[in-house]
Design a protein around this ligand. Structure first.
Ligand code: GLU
Ligand code: MG
Length: 446
């Protein structure tokens, strides 16, 4: 961006009452991080970057000393947006640099590299991201629980009474998301007590990932302003559905023609769409580590009973025509990837998903997708033959990622090494923890 257009942008922001820029990057665990800088510093944070101590950030792998100890978040000027819920402050997305080079452990750079592979072919990836979340409240005992004590239906999907009771918060979300340029589509109560989903227009992949991070930041802020807590925990309630973060995926070619869709093809997909699906299912075990990266994620990805009758969470590696019981749903010529949950780093999850899909397209030895047109939950209940299932826990998913050469090569050895080290430590901590369940079951037994 030329200096004069940046000057114009600063002038406009000043006229909008903006005095500070929230320079934001995403750590490897997926949390937005950053700092506030005065608007006057914008040229510097665009050209050089806002500086952060590299080792203070999860997963950078940067040393404590020397030129590469500093993480520079370079502001992407097109991303600047006044924050409607923080007067005087504009939000800006940053790309990570160290030693003057793009940082290979910055997840936005990892996605950028995968998208460059697409651009070489003249292709564009479009992504619709579907955030599900819980609204929680911290009780007098310090514990978090479902905020709305009246939210108690056995089958709570689409409950309008909850929407009315929580309308002040939801309407703040609506106002702010619209002001931030989200093409808002719908808000509803989901299938668990205290659970909601907000949908907005799909976007080019990088813009969609940036938007989800801004969505989370906004949701945390709005919930806090209402004395509540936004939760992207995948499975907060053991006997109710968890929260997914489904990705609706489609590709277009140089002339904007749909590449995955073919109304006459199997599942409404073109050969490229079927091969993309093949790649996702082939790499699903390793993708689980990145798309469902917490201990708790595997409580969601389990064949558990739920109070409402079904969990809707995918377990089996198959694709089906408008079949929500499969890991992958083919719908209207696009693919709904049902594996991701809101605890993922959305840049890394999208980068890995794209790398897996491209591998399916490029490598004819990747086996074709398993297609199922039956209800796999019913099949399971009846003891029928099921497709192979996803890893049962984070440890198994991490092992699968470590062994998945094509995926690790595509994403980069360094970022995968950092990610695996962080997540293996998380897995080890979980094992070192003695839970209430163990006390109840074993303390006085035997
Ligand atoms: N909550 C479900 C999940 O964990 C998805 C429900 C839906 O399909 O909307 O994936
Ligand atoms: Mg949903």
């Amino acid at each position: 961006m030329s200096l004069s257009s940046l000057d114009t942008q600063m002038h406009t922001l000043r006229q909008q009452g903006i005095h500070s820029v929230m320079t934001t990057f995403t750590d490897l665990l997926g949390a937005p991080k950053g700092k506030l800088v005065p608007l006057e510093a914008l040229p510097d944070v665009v050209a050089i970057g806002a500086g952060f101590a590299g080792p203070s950030i999860w997963g950078t792998g940067l040393p404590r000393m020397g030129e590469r100890s500093e993480y520079f978040g370079r502001v992407v000027p097109e991303s600047l947006r006044p924050l409607p819920w923080l007067p005087g402050v504009a939000h800006a997305v940053c790309d990570g640099f160290a030693g003057g080079q793009p940082l290979d452990t910055c997840s936005r750079q990892v996605l950028r590299r995968q998208l460059a592979r697409l651009r070489e072919r003249g292709w564009t990836l479009w992504v619709g991201i579907e955030p599900e979340f819980f609204l929680l409240h911290r009780g007098a005992d310090g514990r978090l629980g479902v905020a709305d004590s009246e939210d108690r239906l056995d089958k709570p999907s689409y409950d309008l009474q909850a929407i009315v009771r929580n309308h002040a918060l939801l309407d703040d979300m609506r106002r702010h998301l619209v002001a931030l340029g989200f093409g808002l589509q719908q808000m509803d109560h989901e299938d668990a007590c205290g659970q909601y989903e907000i949908n907005y227009r799909h976007d080019e992949a990088m813009a969609a990932a940036d938007r989800f991070q801004l969505f989370k930041l906004t949701a945390h802020a709005v919930a806090a302003q209402h004395g509540l807590v936004y939760s992207g925990m995948p499975k907060p309630l053991a006997r109710a559905p968890g929260s997914g973060l489904h990705f609706h995926l489609s590709l277009t070619g140089a002339d904007a023609q749909a590449l995955m869709a073919d109304p006459a093809g199997p599942l409404g997909l073109s050969p490229a769409g079927q091969r993309f699906a093949a790649g996702l299912l082939h790499h699903a075990d390793a993708l689980a580590a990145v798309c469902a990266p917490t201990v708790n994620s595997y409580k969601r990805l389990a064949v558990s009973e739920s109070a409402s009758g079904t969990t809707w969470s995918p377990v089996w590696k198959a694709v089906g025509d408008n079949n929500r019981t499969c890991l992958l749903r083919a719908v209207a010529g696009r693919l709904e990837w049902r594996l991701p949950d809101p605890s993922c780093n959305v840049y890394l999850a999208l980068a890995a998903t794209l790398a897996a899909g491209l591998h399916g397209i490029d490598d004819p030895t990747v086996p074709g997708p398993t297609v199922r047109d039956d209800d796999l939950y019913a099949c399971h209940a009846q003891g029928g033959t099921l497709p192979p299932r996803l890893p049962r826990d984070l440890g198994a998913a991490l092992d699968a990622l470590a062994l998945d050469r094509p995926l690790v090569d595509a994403l980069g050895e360094t970022v995968c090494g950092q990610f695996l080290a962080l997540k293996r430590a998380e897995w080890a901590q979980w094992h070192a923890h003695v839970s209430d369940w163990e006390w109840q079951r074993y303390a006085a037994a035997g």
